[in-house]
Design a protein around this ligand. Structure first.
Ligand code: MEV
Length: 322
């Protein structure tokens, strides 16, 4: 065994969150923030997980596998499942050092799970198979939020911009975002993806005749958006983001804080804006031209504790120097 380091990107869902959980397509982009994970041999009969960001160390002993619990359980599950897949088991320390704000809707947990799996394979001298990396990260994601669609681990593994459909997989989209930027602004309210997904499903199951047409429309919107994205028709893309935000408000995942950010971005000249990820808090994403970027960022700064102007990252999970 050897020490290895891998990283995987954060993501932003451009279209279709929540609707994707029930089989509609969605579009996600990998972005320029990354989670870094080091896996190294350790003198323990289990998995040590250390988060530099949280300043937290947890131990998951192999002998107690059935009773594991902890804040960083999904990371231990990713490392353990990677070892199971290799048919090897050895004491390891997993160190996480992430640029991705947790609880933001930017896919922090998926990026960490993907990077952990990738680094674990490499620590045992195996070349990671990306399909297997994504599958294992998906298992880890289930620990974090019950019923994930699989979009987060897929985009963190492969990078770029993808159209994803549960059960069918993904296709890469040709989207370069020339002359436009994605601005992400934090509502300052943390959110819980699992809880939000449960609430939305409960609403859909209570009023299926009302909600099913909306799910269908959200799916059509994604097909239209994928076409406009590949054509570089950013004006349409912005308008479709606004429509998508309306759908998300309709299913109850927006908040007053998110609405303020969404409307502030639009008023300051964004082509479009919407909440991104599970909602209930977390971030909004605004599509802005290079000329309007400063104005939009300044307007959002009045309301938001954290703003990122991000680029699309064509690279998914990758090895890093130690
Ligand atoms: C979370 O990033 C996006 C949701 O659609 C949940 C999922 O797809 O797993 C809310």
């Amino acid at each position: 065994m050897q020490a290895t380091r891998s990283s995987a990107p954060a993501k932003v869902i451009l279209f279709g969150e929540h609707f994707v959980v029930e089989g509609q397509p969605a579009i996600a982009a990998a972005i320029s923030l990354r989670a870094h994970v080091t896996v190294e041999p350790a003198d323990t009969d289990g998995i040590l997980v250390y988060s530099k960001n949280l300043g937290l160390l947890e131990e998951y002993r192999f002998a107690e596998r059935g009773a594991w619990s902890g804040k960083m359980l999904s990371i231990a599950i990713a490392a353990y499942t990677a070892m199971e897949s290799l048919g090897r088991k050895s004491g390891v320390k997993v160190t996480v050092d992430s640029e991705i704000p947790p609880g933001s809707g930017m896919g922090s947990s998926a990026a960490v799970a993907v990077a952990t799996t990738h680094a674990t394979f490499r620590a045992f001298g195996e070349e990671p198979d990306l399909k297997e990396v994504s599958r294992i990260a998906f298992e880890a994601e289930k620990v974090v939020h019950g019923k994930p669609s699989g979009i987060d681990n897929t985009v963190a593994t492969y990078g770029g911009v993808i159209a994803y459909r549960k059960g069918e997989g993904f296709i890469p989209l040709k989207a370069e975002l020339n002359g436009v930027r994605l601005v992400l602004a934090d509502s300052g309210v943390p959110r819980n993806t699992g809880e939000m997904v449960k609430r939305v499903l409960e609403l859909k199951n209570t009023y299926p005749s009302v909600l099913e047409p909306l799910y269908h429309a959200a799916g059509r919107l994604v097909v239209e958006a994928a076409r406009r994205l590949e054509e570089g028709d950013y004006e349409s893309l912005g308008r479709l983001m606004n429509v998508n935000h309306g759908f998300l408000s309709a299913i109850g995942v927006s908040t007053l804080e998110l609405e303020k950010l969404v409307y502030t971005a639009r008023r300051a000249g964004a082509l479009g804006s919407k909440l991104t990820g599970a909602g209930g808090g977390g971030f909004i994403v605004a599509l802005v031209t290079a000329e309007k970027e400063k104005e939009v960022v300044e307007a959002l700064r009045q309301l938001s504790p954290r703003i990122f102007s991000v680029e699309i990252s064509s690279e998914g999970v990758r090895k890093e120097p130690l």
